[in-house]
Design a protein around this ligand. Sequence first.
Ligand SMILES: [Zn+2]
Length: 501
Amino acid sequence: MVKLTFYGGVNEIGGNKILLEETSTKMFLDFGLSFGCHKDFYDKYLQARSFALIDEYIAFGLLPEIKGLYREDHLKHIDSNHSLLGSGGDKSVDAVLVSHAHMDHVGLIPYLRPEIGLLGSETTLAIINYLQDTMDGDAQEFLDWYESFKHVPKKRGEGLKRATRADLEDEKKTREYTKLTQGQGYELDSWTIETYAVDHSLPGANAYIIKTSSGNIAYTGDLRLHGYHSERTEEYIRALETTDIKVLLCEGTRVNEPPGMKEEELKAKLISTIDGAKGTVLVNYPARDTSRIRTLAEAASACDRKLLINPKQAYYLSKLSDLSDVTLPSDNKMGILLPLKSWGLWGDSHYSKDQQLKDYSNAFNSKDVRNFALQLSDLVLPQDVARAQSEYVVTCSFYEISLLHDIQPGPNSVYISSKSSPYDMEGVLEAKRVNHWLEHFNLGKPVELHCSGHLSGEEIKDLVERTQPEKVVPIHTNNAKAFKEMFDNTVLMNPLDSLTI
Ligand SMILES: [Zn+2]
């Protein structure tokens, strides 16, 4: 008998945390953060305090209440009699099967005890390493784990001090990561996990078929059929067609949406927009989507411009550069824009290199990114863009919008929004602020040019009809009922519901 319990990922987009268990084998399908629920309780300046995070998240339904799942340094610190302690030091779940490294699929992994290993693609591992290098505090401990709330003897003098990561380097634990490859089944006790690379708005995305003694369970993760690698998703669907599927866990982010444009079509539209602009072209897009980076770099190049990415993205691409399943644009189609920080000294010949470096000493959220960026010789500065506006396409997310001040876009400049439209109040307010900046700099309204990372309603219908699963469970959607209208064998799940097969 196999049981699926939905701790997240139903009636919401993201937050996938689905526990699959059979006798003593237990595995989570992803362990992501529910953005919606998180925003119900927290915001940028109201974050969980690290010592109380696990307790609060459990209380609010962001984390499942399961013994033997969480890092005990946190639980002990709150209360040495914490109800989730006392598993005898054993993990209660064997592994997390990771579909891809978007935060709504992996974001809460750092709070799992370090003995719980991860299974996923090689590219997902590279992205997780990048997240670990660029995030802060315990939230970054995807793989390398340091005990929190620990005191160590002072090196000089009497007494104790709070341990830093450097003090604990010898005691560091490393979470095991098993790279799964297509065509090689992975055995976890009596289960066999079959891996399929699929196309999504993040490289390294996998979908799976898990073969259990009660039947086969298919987990789509997030996927689409209109990116550069739609043949990968097509291959997964063909595998589903030829396998008896008991339960299909099917993402439905866009189940109510018509088919959007293909990434190739998007490129053509971008080219015509960029071509029509004479001044600066700025573009806001998902920073880690390598397909979009490629689309933009190629569109820019077709218009004799260079795509400028930010140093954090350059660092990200450096982590992915050796992976065979990721196609990055050639270096000559891209440049790196170093944003001005602190006193804005960089490139100013009146100041010593030392003073310029000081400007950046704490300005990046990660030392790795700062050191990486400042080692690069070929950096473009905002003032370079200001002088040669028709030579670049500039990456400009909401948090980079002050670049407009430094560049002072000339006549016939354009701001392209190449990401999904806002889905909550915060997003709406963000867009409003962007619009004010654009109005102030006479840029007009943003030009909306985007294609999503998910299947359309018609494509979902086709996938389910071809697959003929015994049951289909909608996940990662706010419109589960649309599945019910399309398929008689839909099983609607609510958070904490279980399904036994
Ligand atoms: Zn995703």
